[in-house]
Design a protein around this ligand. Structure first.
Ligand SMILES: Cc1cc2nc3c(=O)[nH]c(=O)nc-3n(C[C@H](O)[C@H](O)[C@H](O)COP(=O)(O)OP(=O)(O)OC[C@H]3O[C@@H](n4cnc5c(N)ncnc54)[C@H](O)[C@@H]3O)c2cc1C
Length: 278
């Protein structure tokens, strides 16, 4: 295995372009080190990212909150800017792993690892976040809803990295918020299911609603059909048989070591009902 520690972003891309075989970036290392230890990653090249200060920190610019891809979850949980502007996002991440893992794990790594259970992704989906993708000659912005293509498959090109996450600074304003992560225990648990929601009620009707789930598909996703069904209805007008038929078009619950698909499906329905006060 070969390790590289580029001195700058430019050197990072030059190094990346020269490597011919499979390569990985090492940010916090909390996912990749497990794969190295278990022998899943053996001969590949590893490029260190974590020392690159350009990709760290949380700042505000052009009506957006910009979170560097190398911002740690501890940095996010302690950010005064996020406490002020996006408190729902910040509070929901208190349940991420343990204090030790929070210190090293990064937001970019959580997204790029591509796990269906990645805690941050359902939250970013309902907040209409975008990703800034960097390469040597190009910078592009893509909605996080368009980032994933399948299980651990995404639109990142070979010599491209996630540089930052952009969240509209008023994404939570005027919305009731909801986040539940269901695991085997309260702390240090990987989600069996996670759901994030925002809803705005006007004259008793659901004027706007955004829902996203993790651990129910090959990657976390928005429930656009369920959202459409719910818009402009009062709680009493919701027919749950119809809601479930829309939900079934959007999710394909899986059975794995942590849980079975029937349990995941029923918990998802129950949590949507809780959020809707039904
Ligand atoms: C004990 C333990 C508990 C955990 N608990 C949770 C939990 O509660 N919730 C949860 O969601 N996850 C959890 N995880 C998983 C892990 O901590 C997170 O997914 C974490 O955010 C990964 O970030 P990292 O910086 O450590 O990524 P790394 O391990 O450094 O990298 C992961 C992958 O992402 C790629 N990558 C990293 N950064 C970038 C970038 N900027 N651009 C492009 N590619 C990049 C790497 O090539 C690699 O393939 C846990 C892990 C452990 C070991």
């Amino acid at each position: 295995m070969k390790f590289y520690k580029p001195k700058s972003l430019l050197e990072l891309f030059e190094t990346s372009e020269k490597i011919e075989g499979k390569k990985y970036f090492l940010a916090g290392g909390t996912d990749i080190n497990v794969q190295i230890k278990n022998g899943i990653i053996k001969d590949e090249s590893i490029i260190f990212l974590n020392h690159l200060t350009e990709l760290k920190g949380v700042l505000q610019s052009d009506n957006h909150i910009i979170i560097g891809a190398l911002a740690s979850f501890r940095g996010i949980i302690e950010s005064k800017l996020l406490k002020n502007k996006l408190p729902f996002f910040q509070n929901s991440l208190q349940e991420f792993a343990s204090p030790l893992i929070q210190t090293t794990a990064t937001i970019g790594g959580n997204i790029a690892n591509g796990s269906p259970t990645a805690d941050v992704v359902p939250l970013l989906l309902v907040l209409n976040a975008k990703l800034k993708l960097f390469s040597k000659s190009k910078l592009r912005e893509v909605p996080i809803s368009e980032f994933y293509l399948g299980y651990k498959k995404f639109i990142l090109k070979r010599n491209e990295i996630i540089g930052a996450v952009l969240i509209p600074e008023n994404a939570e304003t005027g919305y009731e918020t909801f986040y539940k992560k269901i695991g085997s225990r309260k702390a240090l648990t990987i989600a069996k299911l996670a759901i994030a929601g925002l809803k705005r009620i006007s004259n008793n009707k659901i004027e706007d609603i955004k829902l996203a789930v993790g651990s129910l598909n090959e990657y976390p996703r928005r429930l656009y059909k369920v959202e459409e069904y719910l818009k402009n209805k009062t709680v009493d007008e919701i027919d749950f048989f119809e809601l479930e038929s829309q939900l079934k078009k959007e999710i394909t619950p899986i059975t794995d070591l942590r849980s079975d698909k029937e349990y995941r499906y029923q918990v998802c329905v129950n949590l949507i009902r809780t959020f809707l006060n039904h």
